[in-house]
Design a protein around this ligand. Structure first.
Ligand code: NDP
Length: 248
């Protein structure tokens, strides 16, 4: 797939799945904007790497849950590139804890980043896409938002379920020239799961038909497909990428 001269924002791309998506887009010729919240060192390192592929990349710090920061990020992109073609709403957090220890603060922070953050970025970027009469928005949900739910991530699961409905509503709002879709990954090997016990992770692996977690690149491949014109007749949809977890 060729994304030459496309302007692509990947939120939360300092590491993990977002980083992998940013690398793939840059290799495919896109001008990529790396976004992060706190991890400037990693974000700048990945921006330097992808700039070496010969496209115009930049790095913007912005907390997606803060409206003023999101607006500033999108305005900076428009000032620099004159347009925004693709947005991947990837930034997300998970604060796992026992059900009885779950605090309202954790619930609020999770919804602020995983749900309201996607709304804000989509709203500000989508309004430019409407003027361009072109755009693709891909939201990273989770199978936790569909059926692989766990009480200790009740807030995360609710945020990812909400994101699927948000995706459908955004597809309606931005039709007919902007496609809005979601990807629902199962387990991926990233820092987000670094604190979970080995035993627990093995049990979870056994529930997957393919008997392994996904590599971040395997999610990135689907994101690029949904951002390309090869998927131009897919809109308001959610695609599971879970190695067959629902059948095992
Ligand atoms: P990581 O924890 O490895 O990385 C999260 C990224 O999001 C970082 O770049 C982080 O920036 C950024 N981020 C967090 N909060 C904000 C914020 N408020 N504003 C801007 N950036 C923010 O996560 P993963 O790569 O594992 O996950 C990426 C997405 O995929 C998430 O939405 C997650 O829910 C989803 N997902 C992950 C699965 C998994 O098994 N890992 C499974 C299913 C879905 P910084 O480095 O600055 O903190």
């Amino acid at each position: 797939m060729n994304f030459k001269d496309k302007v692509v924002l990947v939120t939360g791309s300092s590491r993990g799945i977002g980083r992998s998506i940013a690398v793939k887009f840059a290799k495919a010729g896109a001008n990529v904007i790396v976004n992060y919240k706190t991890n400037a060192k990693e974000a700048e390192a990945i921006t330097e790497i992808i700039s070496s592929y010969g496209t115009k990349c930049m790095c913007i710090q912005a907390d997606v849950s803060k409206e003023i920061e999101v607006r500033h990020m999108i305005e900076t992109i428009i000032a620099e590139y004159g347009r925004i073609d693709i947005v991947v709403n990837n930034a997300g957090i998970a604060i796992d804890s026992e059900f009885d220890d779950k605090r309202v603060r954790d619930f609020q922070d999770t919804l602020d980043t995983n749900l309201i953050g996607v709304f804000l970025v989509s709203k500000y970027a989508g309004n430019y896409m409407l003027k361009q009469e072109y755009g693709k928005i891909v939201n990273i949900s989770s199978t936790n938002g569909i059926d692989t739910t766990y009480p200790y991530s009740i807030d995360y699961d609710a945020s990812k379920a909400g994101l699927i409905n948000l995706t459908r509503n955004l597809a309606i709002q931005f039709a007919p020239n902007i496609n809005v879709n979601a990807v629902a990954p199962g387990w991926i090997d990233t820092e987000m799961n670094a604190d979970l016990s080995k035993n627990y992770l093995k049990e979870e692996k056994d529930k997957i038909l393919l008997k392994r977690f996904a590599e971040p690149e395997e999610i990135a491949d689907v994101v690029l497909f949904l951002s390309s014109d090869k998927s131009r007749y897919i809109d308001g949809e959610v695609i599971r990428v879970d190695g067959g977890i629902k059948f095992a």
